[in-house]
Design a binder for this molecule. Sequence first.
Ligand code: 13P
Length: 341
Amino acid sequence: MNLEQLESTAKAMAAPGKGILAADESTPTIGKRFDQINAESTEENRRTYRDMLFTTEGMENYISGVIFFDETLRQSTVDRDVPFSKHLSDLGVVPGIKVDKGAKELAGFEGEKVTEGLDGLRDRLKEYYDLGARFAKWRAVITITEEAPSFACIDANAHALARYAALCQEADIAPIVEPEVLMDGEHNIEASFEVTSEVLSSVFEALVRMDVYLEGIILKPNMVLSGYECSEQASVDEVAEATVSCFMRFVPAAVPGICFLSGGQSDIHATEHLNAMNCLGTEKPWKLSFSYGRALQQPALKAWGGDPANVENAREAFLHRAKCNGAATTGDYTKEMETSE
Ligand code: 13P
């Protein structure tokens, strides 16, 4: 295990002004995204779409790393047939791989999930390293309802995240640890704060027990938001304050970066929230950045619509969101950026 390499990978992923593009939708999930624009989800179309994002000129100025799904890590650029992982690492963008096998029903706890994929992971990580991956991702999902989350669900997911992280580090792959508390539901921001606190505390306890090197991980959490169906929606500043104070309590200073997921937030909201956190006076021990899927891709996907004639417009839309989010990592995003180009 090369601690220096793990730490420098994690630091590169959280470099100021940059963040991570989550392009690791599983085949069924990218299928749903393509359905929205009436594009057919064939292997070639998925390659074409991802090629469009990865070969957007200048994306490396705002994107520090890209998360692939297994299929994409084995594909190459359309024009020069260079493996996507090599194309990106030549640009200084770190290639990564989603390694979990999805969140499955947790037996005995209706409606709650536990993420699977530990069996055989050591061998898969070896292969992924050889294919160029230098970081990995595992997503745990926690639901808030009247009854949930149960201690069993939080504990089982924290344990799996810690075992995954330890296996990654053994293979010199920096783990993205992603405990996502879903924001679906009517709960208020206080409930979100409380559950996120419990989850983070449990995850770090498990990571420490499993002897995971915290300097060599990236945390990918939810922000502390009001439930999407809650009648009272917290303001951007309230979200920023609640999120930062929650993380100040539960995330050790050794962690180099916290790269938020966007969840179901609109692209603009995801940028505004990140920017507001970085504008807060609080002195933070870690970098606050993004690891967005939908919030980076949605405008590009819409502009593309599966039509080769729209590729340049789609690239522009992607680069624009990447640039706005890059600015938000240093608190330099302004509303004018949305209209000035
Ligand atoms: P979203 O930003 O669309 O939530 O996706 C990020 C991700 O990779 C979830 O695992």
